[in-house]
Design a protein around this ligand. Structure first.
Ligand SMILES: O=C(O)CCC(=O)C(=O)O
Length: 258
């Protein structure tokens, strides 16, 4: 069986990052990573924030997301600066969950230094808040900055992980499904015109649907494995805070970005 490692934050001492990188497990789920009452407070503040739209309104974001700027590096760094204040204001007087994720990764990978990614004097986006309302889903895709972000310095990382903190769950739907198949360049013929890949790619592949995720849970995956989020069918939007981790093995360094 291909199953996630599920641990409670209060008990977690180690997590199996190596198995995640090699595909031995599909995900690491850290339950109760962030307090539910703080998630609620953040969600209330998010409701009053200016949102961006991606893929013709298919997805609603707060913050800057590198993949929307794959060939517009200058604009990406300009927009990161523009949204810095709005993003920070969501966490005013609240422990910034992005920092908490940094501290957590530092505690389970103590030989690595972790910091927000920078290129010369510019900071990469620290995280992205994604809001998916009823009827929305995220199609089958992978995230691989080594391939898609070739103009950026972080494309030189050795490995990429994705961390998603759940701030609000929908009552129904919105489940993450991970397929036991890594993307490779030959798969590009199956790419959809707008976003994602044809389901033909994963039709005979084992998969894992992550069960019972609630607000405050942190989910870590290797995003080069195909994954999707099923349609949200409840009335509450699914709201998450996501960031990528880039691991430089030689320099024993981890950088984060969105
Ligand atoms: O929201 C999620 O659960 C997954 C988001 C995603 O596609 C990713 O982290 O690459």
């Amino acid at each position: 069986m291909w199953e996630p490692q599920i641990v409670d934050y209060s008990k977690v001492r180690t997590v199996d990052i190596d198995s995640l990188l090699s595909g031995g497990i599909p995900a690491i789920v850290v339950k109760n990573f962030y307090k539910k009452d703080l998630c609620r407070k953040i969600v209330t503040r998010i409701e009053n924030c200016k949102k961006n739209y991606f893929l013709n309104g298919h997805s609603m974001h707060i913050g800057t997301f590198l993949m929307a700027y794959a060939t517009q590096k200058e604009l990406y760094f300009e927009d990161v600066k523009k949204y810095e204040y709005a993003l920070n204001s969501i966490f005013s007087k609240i422990k910034n969950p992005a920092l908490k994720i940094h501290e957590f990764i530092n505690s389970v990978m103590p030989h690595f230094d972790i910091s927000q990614a920078r290129e010369f004097h510019s900071k990469y986006s620290p995280f992205i808040v994604r809001i998916h309302e009823k009827g929305k889903s995220i199609p089958i895709h992978k995230d691989n900055v080594k391939y898609e972000g070739i103009e950026y310095e972080i494309s030189k990382i050795d490995h990429q992980l994705s961390c998603v903190l759940h701030l609000q769950e929908s009552e129904y739907g919105g489940n993450l499904v991970i397929y036991n198949k890594q993307w490779n360049k030959e798969n590009e013929v199956f790419r959809n015109i707008d976003f994602g890949y044809s389901s033909k790619l994963i039709s005979s592949v084992a998969s894992c649907e992550i069960p019972n995720i609630t607000s405050g849970d942190l989910v870590i995956i290797n995003p080069n494995y195909y994954h999707k989020v099923t349609k949200i069918t409840g009335k509450n939007p699914r709201i998450t805070l996501g960031m990528f981790l880039g691991i430089f093995e030689g320099a024993q360094k981890i950088v984060t970005w969105a």
